[in-house]
Design a protein around this ligand. Structure first.
Ligand code: SF4
Length: 400
């Protein structure tokens, strides 16, 4: 579906400029998608592909047009966080990032923005590039290390080995970035618990302020799916469920010992270094997703940009409405996303936001879940237990 710009904003229930001026500014996050990678990793189903310099140039120009198309509605918001994800944002030279940031500044109020994260793939940055990023106000880097074993990195189709990842982290530190996160993947083909333990030791040794740890998911449509998916000839190389669970438990244990607080199912941080941008998704804050295929949540409407690059180049402001969230959907989303956070959900906040008694809506769900040991309720807070976090998907179904 495509909306002429005016109708589109009317749909989003933001009527006239005069109205907008008198309304109090709302808070949002900004996500910018950079869909280019040097090469496609074999397990990856993200919206990303290799792109030559001409294509990247054209993309930056389309992205700037898209940002400009938000000028009117953006004046209503103050952006607390910015996140460049991908793909591989670090494929961009700082000059391109500067152009995009300049456009963002022209549309959004970024003055109070406290966190500006940029995803980095080792093998795509140099000390000069990092300095350039820093000069643009980027204050947090998220680095996809994924494994410390070169054989596994090759298998995954990563463009870097572990030595290059270490050099990347050293360059990050030398460039003055204190706040950086490292990603690691567990349950890789042929990986033993001992292997994964070594991975975690080396990752911790690089002293990141934040670690994201995910189990490998074999996504349909990827080369990995052919080998390791249902009926794949190498499926037997994947760690079994029991080993996967042990790796998951080991992550919690080792990172806790190393001083990382688990604050979300897959995310751990040193005190004060939780990702503000990702936390805002889990607390239901509005966000603008810019770039190919990016999703937004604005005024209770979830919409997505087109996923075809040619179509995006033709009209970067075209988007598709995915869902208009009614009150029931918003309440369920508030609970499901909020319970991903270890700190849980405040009943008072729920009641303030939805003007509805928490127990009237979820009293029976809690009565059912508490005896199962997956959820606890303490004063105003409802949170998943450790066991509840382990089986979170089945717990979340109860809130739908
Ligand atoms: S670098 Fe990231 S986004 Fe790009 S192909 Fe690999 S996993 Fe996918």
């Amino acid at each position: 579906m495509k909306f002429p710009r005016k109708l589109s904003w009317r749909f989003l229930n933001l009527t006239t400029t005069i109205d907008l001026k008198v309304m109090e500014k709302r808070h949002c996050g900004i996500y910018v998608h950079i869909p280019f990678c040097r090469q496609k990793c074999r397990y990856c189903d993200f919206l990303s592909a290799p792109g030559d310099s001409k294509c990247i140039r054209e993309y930056v120009s389309a992205l700037k047009n898209e940002i400009r198309s938000y000028k009117e509605i953006a004046s209503e918001y103050v952006a607390d966080t910015i996140y460049f994800g991908g793909g591989t944002p670090s494929i961009l030279e700082p000059e391109f990032v500067e152009e995009i940031v300049g456009e963002l500044k022209g549309c959004f109020d970024l003055r109070n923005s406290e966190e500006f994260t940029f995803e980095v793939n080792p093998g795509t940055v140099t000390p000069q590039k990092l300095k350039g990023y820093k000069a643009l106000g980027i204050n947090r880097l998220s680095v996809g290390v994924q494994s410390t074993d070169d054989e596994k990195l090759r298998l995954l189709g990563r463009i870097h080995n572990f030595k290059e990842a270490v050099e990347c982290v050293e360059a990050i530190k030398e460039s003055g970035f204190d706040n950086f996160s490292l990603d690691v993947i567990s349950a890789l083909p042929g990986q033993s618990i001992k292997d994964y333990e070594r991975d975690l030791e080396k990752i911790i040794g690089l002293e990141p302020k934040h670690i994201s740890s995910y189990s490998l998911i074999i996504e349909p449509g990827t080369p990995f799916f052919k080998d390791y998916g249902e009926g794949g000839s190498k499926r037997g190389d994947l760690p079994d469920e029991e080993t996967d669970r042990k790796m998951y438990a080991l992550t919690k244990e080792m990172l806790k010992r190393a001083g990382y607080e688990r604050y979300e199912i897959s995310n751990y941080a040193k005190p004060g270094f939780q990702s503000k941008h990702n936390s805002s998704y889990w607390t239901g804050k509005e966000y603008f997703g810019l770039g190919l295929g990016a999703s937004s949540l604005v005024n209770n409407v979830r919409y997505s940009n087109v996923r075809d690059l040619k179509e995006y180049f033709n009209d970067p402001s075209k988007h598709v409405i995915e869902e208009r969230l009614d009150k029931a959907a918003l309440m369920a989303e508030f609970m499901i996303l909020g319970l991903r956070m270890v700190r849980g959900v405040s009943k008072k906040e729920f009641e303030k936001r939805f003007e509805t008694g928490f127990d009237d809506i979820y009293g029976n769900v809690l009565k059912k879940l508490k005896p199962a040991g997956v959820i606890t309720e303490e004063d105003d807070t409802v949170r998943l237990t450790d066991y509840g976090l382990d089986v979170s998907n089945s717990v979340f179904e109860e809130f739908l």
